[in-house]
Design a protein around this ligand. Sequence first.
Ligand SMILES: O=c1ccn([C@@H]2O[C@H](COP(=O)(O)OP(=O)(O)O[C@H]3O[C@H](CO)[C@@H](O)[C@H](O)[C@H]3O)[C@@H](O)[C@H]2O)c(=O)[nH]1
Length: 467
Amino acid sequence: MKKTHVLLIPYPAQGHVTPLMEAARCLTSNGLKVTFVNTDFTHKRVSACSEIHGLSDMMQMVSIPDGMEACDDRSDLGKLTKAMFQLMPIKLEELINEINKKDDEKIACIVADCYMGWAVRVARKMGIRLAMFCPSSAAVLAVIMSLQKLMDDEVINCNGIPLKDQKIQLSTTMPFMNPTHFIWACIGDSVTAQLLFDFAIIDGKEAAEAADHIICNSTMDLEPGAFTLFPKMLPIGPLLATIKSTRQVGHFWNEDSTCLTWLDHQPVRSVIYVAFGSFTIFDQTQFEELALGLELTQNPFLWVVRPGTSDNIDYVYPSGYIERIGNRGKMVSWAPQQEVLNHPSLACFMSHCGWNSTMEGVSNGVPFLCWPYFADQFFNKTYICDIWKNGVSLNKDDTGIVRREEIKSKVEQLLSSNNVVKENALNLQEKVMDCVRPGNSSNKNLKKFVDWVKEGDEHVLPNETRK
Ligand SMILES: O=c1ccn([C@@H]2O[C@H](COP(=O)(O)OP(=O)(O)O[C@H]3O[C@H](CO)[C@@H](O)[C@H](O)[C@H]3O)[C@@H](O)[C@H]2O)c(=O)[nH]1
């Protein structure tokens, strides 16, 4: 029997590839055939790190060039985004033509990352239906979809630069947002911010408007305001491999699974898990303060010290540190994070608040110590500390450093016996995990989305508002 064939294309970053691969697994387990298109560069990284565990034969992984030279620095997100915008539409069209020539099951639908909005032009030109995937919070996409209103209200100018230093609300049911925390406004320098605004955000808005549906790694309970404001956004999250007792796929670095055995030997709810996703870079001073702060806490800790990205920072631990810490601390270069967060010995998560880490921590009832670095992470911290109240913030001093005493004091505050934040984290976990149970909101939204892909436009998709 013929299968409906869907093409999925993520932005080439860790926090985009992994959740879209998980979405792909949800689609294949619902009977769809998936072609997953990475950039050549990402494809090599992913293939080098993982035998792609548990991928169904309904899913093929392919790649196209990203428009950069082999020697170019892909951590320059502005340049990368512009290069992809210029070359990838042509390459994607060629790829689809090639697939359609060979394969009886022609591409019926493109599901593009909302930061790869240029896909809308390919979909239109080739007459293929388009849906989008939102790897960040629905609130971030709600901001992108409200660009015109934000310009009309003079919150931002036509280049996306914030004009007001006061918090705004997109609707009365949405949280207050600081325009200086809009995603493009806090990515790197002004040149990078402008390139991202011009080549990802503007197109992302157009594509989100044109797309029939936008599937989101979120839940109705977490972001009711955003999903009510834009009902074409369908929460299907949390997208977690651990829900299906499988392993997360699509890593850019090799996971060090020895930390799971180490966790097995730690007391229940004792370990501080410290990980800052795939982009965060600290300078040596900050690195040392963090090391010494963890030492001061007296708790066991598991710390992901990811190899430096483009600037190849080789961190130096404080003198005698490794000997003093001994087995109380475990440092790894990349952890199987979803399994770590699911481990009973976890007490809290010191995190940069990337959206995937946020969803993974929330889904496991782990309270957060928030330390945002860039992009949407400042807003995600607002969700955690001010709206859901399942975490506390680590504050910088006047020189921009989070000091060791701050780390010690916030860990103690968070882990003290009667802390309501821990209780909030457990309550939130229950609500969020309930959404994926058969018949509940995320599960229904996924099924409706799959039906729409399979059967075409006759399916009207009102957003599944309540469980
Ligand atoms: O040792 C580690 C550390 C992380 N992860 C995984 O890597 C992903 C990281 O994603 P995320 O927490 O979202 O962080 P980033 O990689 O920094 O993600 C980028 O993309 C996200 C989605 O758009 C944004 O929310 C972030 O701000 C942006 O930095 C998660 O699934 C983690 O489980 C591991 O498996 N092992």
